[in-house]
Write a protein that binds this ligand. Structure first.
Ligand code: DGY
Length: 547
């Protein structure tokens, strides 16, 4: 039994760490699991801004549900009676498109309710923890995704999520991967190990994929409160810009058009096989440490001990470099990689930042962003591997492409930097991968000998990757394939609940439970028409489509 996070209790929820796969708002509540529904006090907002916003609208879960259902695809038309009379008792794991479609409406209603519930449960006061116990602080790209989930039922709270994230921004523009707003003893390495006391909040000394500009555009474009959105855009835009500028200054000082990550945690794909070669540097003598992640998740689903020793080696070396001084880290790090995930998201985020700059009539900034985009087009060329028909990450220290077919290989579609020919080759590979599994998209080629269906980024399906990949496919006109991935994502969350990731062979959930960004994906991104339409609305140069 994992230790309970004391903050979780502050939130008023007693959720057994072995708790239900699907949060229990109606059905499938295992009797052995201690879960209770929230009381009015539980639902009271944790932050003054949220309190104020909710004071103007009812603090009522039924209200939220209705409102969110109306704002979501087809579910708005369902009346509760029709839904309840038809709820299936179990969902078998077999692939049957027809029956899945029939189940869809009821199951999605349930998932929407569960998602709202999970977001509320993981709200620690203006920020949403990814999963209680396992990840008890504010994570950078999780929060950006989660903000759009909030927007479906509480727009003010959505903006607050982003403001809270940027409250941890460093003076040089970096937005840290984790902001430690409040203490917790259920995660390692916490603020004491990182030791960054001079910064606005306690935080890590590294960053994460820059998703935030995408979310700001999404919130702004779909606002129901234009005055609020305008005000938030004006205050957030300079912060976004400073972060993007930081990426180029600190992580591309040699002006290659693509940026480096210096720690696997910066990619978000901690133990991806793409880092195997680049992580072969010697492990330093480390202070004794105890991992906490294994208190929450089975070790077969997490990075190995040796990998952790290398994560910690990097952390301690960076700390010794004048406390994560960005002007030094690039030059001293034994791990320096061009990551497809960060670079694709950065390019896509540049496009959204450009769109926002146009709204604000900042022509000089539009020009600056166009330069980043044009250089990015060039930079991506070195990441294409014609032999495999895939993009690959690249070790900047050896100059070699990583011999690892990972799902981030498809993200240049999301960035809009792949040529049409490349897109064609990518989709051939993708179809082959999907033919080997029951649920896509696995995080690595299932035919590769390193494929492990349960181990974090070495095989499992991640819903956020599914959204980015399907979104990119739509941009290039592969709507059918995009729909297949969307349907798989719906099947997985329906079958296994709001898990961190999923086994592509069985569809079972894995990693953390009641996971905030999976909830946000279900609420805002996955199948909401507005989010689907984004695939067709890329700002900035479209040279790739003419190639
Ligand atoms: C972890 O601790 O697993 C995180 O991915 C680091 O950010």
């Amino acid at each position: 039994m994992a230790p309970q996070d004391p903050l979780a209790e502050n939130n008023g929820y007693t959720l057994d760490s072995q708790g239900p796969d699907s949060f229990p708002l109606g059905m499938k509540i295992p009797s052995t699991v201690k879960v209770r529904r929230p009381s009015a006090a539980d639902l009271a907002p944790q932050s003054p801004i949220l309190a104020e916003s909710l004071a103007k609208s009812p603090v009522d879960r039924v209200f939220w549900r209705k409102r969110s259902l109306h704002r979501l695809f087809s579910l708005g038309n369902m009346d509760a009676k029709a839904r309840d009379s038809n709820i299936p008792q179990s969902i078998d794991g077999k692939r049957s498109r027809k029956s899945e479609q029939e189940l869809d409406e009821h199951a999605r209603t349930q998932i929407v309710e569960d998602s709202i519930y999970v977001m509320r449960m993981n709200d620690f006061g203006g920020y949403t923890v990814p999963a209680q116990g396992l990840y008890p602080f504010q994570w950078n790209w999780d929060s950006a995704i989660v903000s759009a989930g909030w927007a479906v039922f509480d727009e003010a709270r959505a903006w607050e999520e982003l403001e809270k994230l940027f409250s941890g921004q460093w003076e040089d523009g970096m937005v840290p991967s984790i902001v430690f707003h409040r203490p917790s003893n259920t995660y390692f390495p916490g603020p004491d190990i990182w030791g960054t006391p001079q910064k606005p909040s306690k935080s890590t000394g590294i960053t994460q994929p820059p998703v935030a500009a995408l979310s700001v555009r999404f919130l702004y474009e779909h606002t129901e409160n234009p005055e609020l959105a305008e005000q938030k855009l004006v205050s957030l835009f300079p912060k976004l810009l400073a972060w993007h500028r930081w990426w180029y200054k600190a992580r591309d000082p040699e002006n290659t058009g693509v940026v480096a990550i210096l720690h696997p945690w910066e990619s978000g794909m901690d133990n991806s096989p793409a880092w195997d070669e680049s992580m072969k540097f010697p492990i330093d003598k480390l202070p004794r440490y105890v991992r906490c992640d294994l208190n929450h998740v089975d070790s077969c689903m997490r990075p190995t001990q040796e990998t952790y020793d290398r994560y910690l080696t990097l952390l301690h070396r960076f700390k010794a470099a004048n406390f994560y001084d960005p002007s030094r880290l690039y030059w001293i790090s034994p791990f320096r990689v061009t990551d497809l995930c960060v670079n694709s998201i950065l390019i896509r985020a540049n496009r959204d930042l450009r769109w926002l700059a146009l709204r604000l009539e900042k022509d000089d900034i539009v020009k600056e962003i166009d330069e980043w985009l044009n250089k990015g087009f060039e930079g991506f060329k070195q990441l294409w591997d014609e032999d495999s028909g895939l993009f690959k990450c690249k070790d900047q220290l050896t100059g070699k492409l990583a011999n690892a077919p990972i799902s981030a290989a498809f993200l240049p579609l999301f960035a809009g930097v792949a040529t049409k020919e490349q897109a064609d080759k990518l989709t051939h590979n993708l179809e082959r991968w999907l033919g080997q599994v029951n649920y896509g998209v696995p995080s690595m080629d299932p035919e590769d000998h390193r494929f492990e269906p349960l181990r974090y980024w070495r095989g499992p399906v991640w819903i956020i990757m599914n959204w980015m990949i399907s979104n990119g496919l739509r941009h290039y006109g592969y709507d059918e394939l995009a729909d297949r991935i969307k349907d798989d994502s719906i099947s997985l969350t329906t079958k296994a609940g709001l898990r961190e990731y999923f086994d592509p062979l069985t569809g079972d959930g894995a990693g953390g439970r009641n996971f905030s960004w999976t909830a946000a994906m279900c609420l805002a991104w996955l199948d909401r028409p507005a989010a689907i339409a984004i695939g067709h609305k890329m700002s900035g140069p479209k040279k790739h489509l003419n190639a």
